[in-house]
Design a protein around this ligand. Sequence first.
Ligand code: APR
Length: 284
Amino acid sequence: MCSDVGRLDREGSRRKQCESLSQIRTMTIIEQAVDVLQKAKKVVFFTGAGISAESGIPTYREKLSGIWAGYDPRDLETAKAFRENPPLIWGWYLWRRLRVAQAEPNAAHLAIPHMANSLRHVSVITQNIDDLHERAGSLNVVHLHGSLAMPKCFACHRPAAVPPDQSAVPVEGALVEPPRCQRCNGKMRPAVVWYGEDLPTQAWKAAVRLVKDCDLLISVGTSGIVMPAAGLPDLALASGASVIHVNKSDVAMGEDREFMLMGAAAEILPMLLERIEAGKTRGA
Ligand code: APR
């Protein structure tokens, strides 16, 4: 056993042996994942905040700074928080919007559309409210938690654009009074799904259909704790598909047909793409 490292004089060589054994184990998981991906005809990418982290968009479980220091981002994502302090919540979303506008898709977003070919259909279901998948070239992205693009009225739900004079906020954030709805004078809010709210029906139905029908779901950069979205990898497994997790932390559930690839999405997804491309060339 690698944990039984023995005497001091043999420690160095034992450690080397353990390192190479764990390397072989890691490689085996990667090779298995590549094999599953190479054989899959319908692949669903299910993404969370971690895929956009390397584009400079903070995840939801990161500590906030500026005027939001001391708040848990999850406490800001509720209708109650908006009712209690509309300028705080609206300012937070304006800041997120600006961060997204200034960000570029990273290597993980960019690798996804390249995995599609005439034999492999690739779709994307995201919990993210940014548009980095679309800007990386993915089509028909299913947004389960809405989008930052177009806000809506808190009262009558009518969509409206953010006024140009609100297109910039300071880095440390600012309290910003939400603009008013032209129709009912209600306060504008982001068109995202807050805790306690239903997911958009069409998006949810589309996601379930895609997941039940896929051979492989690749879950990227999500903590997998916010339901019902977090249940999609389970649904894939229950429907007979395999699941690959790509995450900096171990988020696997230990099921058969489940593969955990630990690391940064912007490194792992291009590596998977390179390997399936290399396999294609060898097979040709
Ligand atoms: N590469 C891969 N994974 C990463 C990276 C990275 N570069 N950086 C962070 N991660 C992982 C973290 O280990 C974590 O598991 O991404 C995950 C981010 O988790 P969350 O912040 O919880 O984001 P997400 O899972 O998308 O949250 C789900 O929660 O608050 C709500 O509505 C919000 O859509 C969001 C939902």
